[in-house]
Write a protein that binds this ligand. Structure first.
Ligand code: MG
Ligand code: MG
Length: 644
């Protein structure tokens, strides 16, 4: 269970996650929230009285912080006006029974609404008086598509003129930011007149506001809206009430309640940590957590496999120029190395790696990243709700801090200035004849490609960007002959951290096939960087490495697209090297024909600051791989396609 951060009151609207009411409450409580916003629909669908709802929520250790929505109230002519007050009284009955004292009234969208800021203020003054008698407070929210009130500044003016102790403002980051209203205008509102704050982010999409809001909202940090700026302005007012997530998202409705609730809590803590860092003069009820860690690259990648398959993987690594450099002092783990790249082959028959082998087959079970301070990195991750893992280390061996990552894999952290940096001397016995391990010129891990179901992409985007110093690159669609794959890179400023997240929507894509075959392992390919792609490709060919063959048409098209010289094209074609350019530089890449388990390898060279991943080439590479799968000499040996 995540730590409950006592001082910060966190909440989530029950509409934000899937499940029946009890499932939702269990997931919300487990993630560490203080309370919930209850949606009327959840109550209506619930089989019990309002009093039962109140008890049930209390049983989970949660408070009902807000009841919503109460719609189409202000500015109505008679007889609608009287009816609206009658409706409100009935909601007050319900709220009294449930034990909830704040209701959200969203701005009127009805055609009958007359407008007029004083008319609205008068309505709220009267509603406030009635609510006060019932021990209830009224919060007014400007919907971005409200008929007359669609801006928090106007809603605040209504509240100001209503001038009633039981009438206040509700701010919602989506309604303000989706209309590009400057969040700085919030700083002029008195904090004690803000009764509640709802937070949501969203990807930048140009579409109808209502549709955008109802289907594409996501957790703060998952989208593109300036939610940190919004929250900095809210914090400046002195507001110290609950921060609540009100998220309408199609992916979340189909996702795991536990994971979505956890992502939400992570997003709130991460957001407030960002606000705290950018507003050092404002006292905020947030814990002091270590900053995001800068990643200095990949220290090692660990494969789990069986004794029999290990020989095959080792032979594959040898062909790619890796050297067997050492063996673990107490475990069945072999260390293979080439320059700055370390690959481990784990064939233990118990423990985490073995469980991962049983679940996913030969696959990457562990990724170790270099950071400045490993324990502070894990501490940050833990406070953001990540699952920390302690693995038993033998006597004299190093215990490497770890958290649970994508696909249940392990993510470890190695402090570059700690004794963990001496891992290879302490935990491994060197193979005498290992030599200099320069191989075919593969220098370091350029990127890791992790594949997941499409609905998990936001989870893992938030995982990386909240724990590490990393930005998310805009999503690209990769057309696989079997369907669409969404791809998004997570990377840091100097390119020491590069992970691509690939979301598969169906099993007919290569990515979907991977998930199917591995039962949800994560790493689908590993890209190694070299300094001279032609030299490396030739050296690999000389060692018997089989490259993925590209079609002649690809090179015809390439020549036409970039105006490349014939001789240069011919040289690339001879070695099956793919090419791309961005506004800065050039990119060369080629792929292994074969896979180990379901993992394949990529070889890249970046020139002049090229910052992409050759997305334009992906459809052709995928087609080549699919063509190859049906005729692979390795089918059945290394897990090629042998099942329909
Ligand atoms: Mg709202
Ligand atoms: Mg790649």
């Amino acid at each position: 269970m995540a730590d409950r951060v006592e001082t910060l009151k966190t909440s989530i609207a029950t509409v934000s996650i899937a499940g029946d009411f009890r499932e939702k409450l269990a997931a919300i409580a487990r993630a560490g929230y203080t309370g919930i916003e209850i949606f009327e629909q959840d109550f209506i669908a619930f089989d019990g009285t309002p009093v039962d709802v109140g008890w049930l929520v209390g049983d989970y250790g949660l408070e009902i912080m807000l009841f919503q929505p109460f719609r189409d109230f202000e500015g109505l002519p008679e007889p609608y006006r009287s009816r609206a007050f009658d409706r409100a009284e009935r909601k007050f009955d319900l709220m009294n029974s449930m034990g909830c004292d704040l209701v959200l009234v969203c701005s009127n969208i009805a055609a009958a609404a007359l407008g007029g800021i004083d008319r609205a203020a008068d309505d709220f003054a009267e509603l406030g008086e009635r609510a006060k008698k019932r021990g209830i407070r009224i919060g007014f929210e400007a919907l971005a598509w409200g008929r007359h009130i669609n801006d928090h500044r106007d809603a605040w003016e209504v509240v100001r003129r209503a001038d009633h102790s039981h009438v206040g403002l509700i701010l919602d980051s989506f309604h303000t930011l989706s209309r590009s209203i400057d969040p700085q205008t919030i700083r002029a509102i008195p904090g004690d007149k803000i009764f509640f704050v709802q937070l949501a982010d969203a990807p930048k999409i140009d579409m109808d506001l209502f549709y955008w809001s109802r289907h594409f909202r996501n957790m703060p940090g998952e989208g593109d809206l300036p939610v940190v700026e919004f929250m900095r302005a809210v914090a400046a007012t002195g507001y110290d009430g609950p921060l609540s997530l009100e998220i309408f998202n199609d992916q979340f409705r189909g996702g795991s309640p536990v994971e979505i609730a956890r992502d939400g809590h992570r997003s709130l803590i991460g957001l407030m940590d960002d606000v705290r860092r950018s507003e050092p003069d404002i006292r905020l009820p947030v814990p002091d957590i270590p900053p995001r860690a800068h990643c200095h690259g990949v220290e090692f990648i660990e494969f789990t496999t069986s004794e029999e398959e290990a020989a095959d993987l080792a032979a594959f690594l040898a062909v790619m120029g890796f050297t067997h450099a050492g063996n673990h002092v107490s475990k069945q783990v072999a260390h293979w190395r080439q320059n700055d790249i370390n690959i481990l082959i784990n064939t233990e028959e118990s423990g985490f790696a073995h469980s991962a082998y049983q679940a996913h087959g030969t696959s990457v079970c562990d990724i170790a990243l270099r950071v400045d301070d490993a324990s502070r990195t894990v501490e940050r991750a833990r406070m953001l709700g990540a699952e920390t893992v302690t693995t038993p280390a033998g006597e004299g061996e190093l215990s490497i801090p770890a958290i649970r990552g994508v696909g249940d894999g392990m993510m470890r952290f190695i402090g570059i200035r700690s004794d963990l940096a001496a891992l290879w001397e302490i935990d491994f016995v060197l193979v005498e004849e290992a030599g200099d391990c320069t191989g075919v010129g593969l220098r370091r891990v350029d990127h890791l490609a992790q594949t997941m179901k499409y609905e998990e992409m936001l989870t893992w985007t938030l995982f990386y960007t909240s724990i590490l110093e990393a930005a998310k690159v805009p999503m690209v669609d990769v057309v696989d002959p079997g369907g669409l794959v969404r791809s998004r890179a997570i990377q840091n400023d100097n390119g020491d951290l590069r992970v691509t997240l690939n979301g598969a929507e169906n099993q007919n894509t290569l990515a979907g096939h991977f998930i199917d075959r591995t039962y949800g392992a994560s790493v689908q390919h590993i890209a190694f960087a070299c300094d001279d792609i032609f030299t490396t490709a030739e050296a690999l060919a000389a060692r018997g490495f089989q490259v993925l063959a590209m079609s002649a048409n690809y090179y015809d098209d390439l020549g036409a697209r970039f105006g490349l010289e014939e001789a240069f094209l011919a040289r690339m074609q001879a070695l099956n090297i793919l090419y791309d350019e961005d506004e800065r530089g050039r990119y060369f890449q080629f792929y292994s024909r074969r896979r180990s388990g379901e993992v394949f390898f990529e070889f890249v060279q970046r020139l002049d600051g090229y910052d992409g991943y050759g997305a334009a080439n992906a459809p052709f590479r995928i087609s080549a791989q699919k063509r190859d799968l049906t005729s692979s000499p390795f089918a059945g040996v290394d897990g090629g396609v042998d099942a329909g």
